[in-house]
Design a protein around this ligand. Structure first.
Ligand code: GTP
Ligand code: MG
Length: 268
């Protein structure tokens, strides 16, 4: 008899939110990167489980909502911190470093899949100990210098604990991926306790985000016929070209900033 299986994850609620100057719009959830074809059926967000694994999954996710609430609180606070910085810079420096902010809570199915991928029992304890990206905030900046400046401002927030930084802008990944990743812990206050909850913050420019989104898409398209194209090589090349364009746009932005500063000084 074929083992009883059930696909879960199809109807996982979408936690994605795009914050724009005019309000918030829901977005598609970030896609998870399936690591093993036997585990993951279809493209994303779907696991094929046998009866025993299904019981384990259901037991694991039963307690999940209360836990995710904590991560959601941390995520929302991080978003607000970036909005405050953007507003302050806008008022006092006439700069708007942030183009937009995206945030998401990892779905229970992705959490479960990642714990198994890390070789960990799917338990709430392991979730809290090993997964640093249950809450994710992505800050999309206009220019490369904005990324650095925001990182500097984040470091000055003395109630934030910076757990880990991966600078894929200084050191791009071999495939061409560029972005600044920071794991922070932010205090969340409850009725009778305070907890430092981790949030994965990705800070990148519009250009870096453009490349990453398309690369992510291409990675999951079954490319049976590449028409002789070296896809990986092309992606690396595109990443370099985008980096060059970004540098040129930065020069323009610097010139405009300098011009504006001079103008303000003269007006005083
Ligand atoms: P994972 O979370 O399992 O990936 O491991 P990690 O914690 O070491 O991750 P890392 O900080 O390197 O990357 C975390 C996230 O960055 C991923 O979940 C993606 O959202 C994004 N990312 C990393 N590498 C790539 C890449 O090569 N291409 C794209 N498009 N996104 C990437
Ligand atoms: Mg991750």
């Amino acid at each position: 008899m074929a083992p009883q299986t059930k696909a879960v994850g199809k109807n996982v609620p979408d936690g994605g939110m795009r914050v724009t100057p005019t309000g918030m719009v829901r977005t598609a959830q970030w896609k998870i990167m399936p690591s093993s074809d036997t585990m993951v059926k279809g493209s994303t967000q779907e696991l094929l489980l046998d009866a025993a694994a299904l019981d384990r999954y259901e037991a694991f996710t039963a307690d999940m909502h209360a836990i995710l609430q904590k991560y959601e609180a941390a995520m929302r606070q991080m978003v607000v911190r970036f909005e405050i910085l953007d507003r302050d810079l806008s008022i006092r420096r006439n700069r708007n470093p942030i183009h937009h902010i995206e945030s998401r809570i990892k779905s229970p199915v992705s959490i479960y899949e990642k714990l198994l991928r890390y070789g960990k029992e799917p338990t709430i304890g392991n979730l809290e100990e090993y997964l640093m990206d249950v809450a994710g905030v992505r800050v999309i900046c206009s220019y490369k210098n904005d990324v650095k400046n925001l990182m500097g401002l984040l470091r000055r927030q003395d109630d934030l604990e910076i757990v880990r930084i991966k600078n894929y802008i200084e050191n791009p990944k071999p495939n061409g991926y560029r972005s600044l990743h920071v794991i922070v812990r932010i205090p969340v206050y409850f009725m009778d306790s305070k907890e430092m909850v981790p949030v994965e913050v990705q800070i990148r420019t519009i250009a870096m985000d453009y490349w990453a989104s398309l690369e992510h898409d291409l990675k999951y398209k079954a490319v049976a016929e590449t028409h002789g194209l070296d896809i990986a090589g092309e992606l690396q090349e595109c990443s370099k070209i985008i980096e060059g364009i970004e540098a040129r746009m930065q020069v323009l932005a610097n010139a405009l900033d300098a011009g504006q500063a001079k103008h303000t000084k003269l007006a005083k």
